[in-house]
Ligand binder design. Structure first.
Ligand code: CO
Length: 296
């Protein structure tokens, strides 16, 4: 693919990611299971002609990022929660990544949700080519702090490359020491997070989302036949325990072994350090001559 075809594939992935995000948001209601939402949104992505860049992430309240339900998960949305829905699609490896926050049944967190949304707009306003990325982080930080909240300083936006969700640049959410700049034609996901908590996340618990740490060799595949299937389906993009279970009923035990062997890693659930509520907004954009083009 030449560079114009690559950008076109990102744009087509973006149209489907947007549709998936909007559909997912419309499904968030008290009593609805996380599992049914994840499955319906993931089905829409496939039926629309894209593939998954990662499992549908459903991060509730003080979970900032990284969680997807397992096959028998019974959790349901409850009134008063903030749900971050993060969806990723790709066409021929060209990724679109987008997220929105929605409150379940109440209206107590509207200003927190607005803070991350406004920060995304502020980041886009200062994102033409050549701008030091710390200035983008500064715009996010000021916008969120002006509303009485904190940005999450250790979560960043990111470049997206071919079959690569975190390629190259990080897009900070605070004015850090990132003096990198972007050039025309780069594709980046911008994702501010706002909280009423400490402003950083940590976590060790398994999110049920995994990735291959390296391309499996012939010896690995001989010992663990499931690896051939994982690599051909997902390459090194994140995948869920749910998807593996649907393809191979013995996959859970095999995944645990592969984690112990250091071939597969799980993503930890990222929790707000002081238990604060967290909102997120995210678009994927293409850097243009004069600014950026939202594709999601
Ligand atoms: Co995302």
């Amino acid at each position: 693919m030449n560079s114009e075809e690559v950008l076109d594939a990102h744009r087509r992935a973006g149209v489907i990611a947007r549709k998936a995000r909007e559909y997912g948001v419309s499904l968030v209601k008290p009593g609805v299971t996380y599992l049914s939402l994840a499955e319906e949104v993931e089905k829409l992505i496939i039926d629309s002609g894209a593939r998954h860049a990662f499992p549908v992430n459903i991060a509730v309240d003080d979970i900032a990022a990284h969680y997807t339900p397992v096959p028998n998960n019974k959790l349901t949305f409850q009134s008063g929660q903030i749900v971050k829905l993060d969806v990723g699609t790709h066409i021929d490896g060209c990724i679109a990544d987008t997220a929105a926050s929605v409150e379940v049944g109440t209206n107590r967190w509207a200003s927190l949700i607005e803070a991350s949304r406004a920060a995304l707009d502020a980041a886009r306003d200062v994102l033409p080519p050549g701008i030091e990325l710390r200035k983008v982080g500064g715009a996010v930080e000021r916008t969120i702090e002006a509303r009485g909240f904190r940005p999450i300083s250790n979560l960043c936006g990111h470049s997206v490359g071919a079959y690569d969700l975190h390629a190259g640049h990080s897009i900070p959410n605070v004015a850090d020491d990132n003096y990198d700049t972007l050039s025309v034609g780069e594709v980046v996901a911008v994702e501010p997070f706002a909280t009423n908590g400490a402003g950083h996340v940590s976590g060790k618990k398994n999110s049920n989302i995994y990735r291959l740490l390296r391309k499996p060799g012939d010896g690995d595949i001989e010992s663990y036949p499931i690896l051939a299937d994982i690599y051909s389906e997902f390459k090194q993009l994140p995948f869920s325990e749910r998807w593996c279970a649907a393809r191979n009923p013995k996959s859970s035990a095999q995944l645990a072994k592969l984690v112990r062997r250091g071939i597969v890693a799980f993503y930890p659930m990222l929790m707000e350090a002081r238990g604060g509520m967290v909102s997120q907004a995210e678009h994927t954009v293409i850097i243009t001559e004069n600014g950026n083009e939202v594709i999601t």
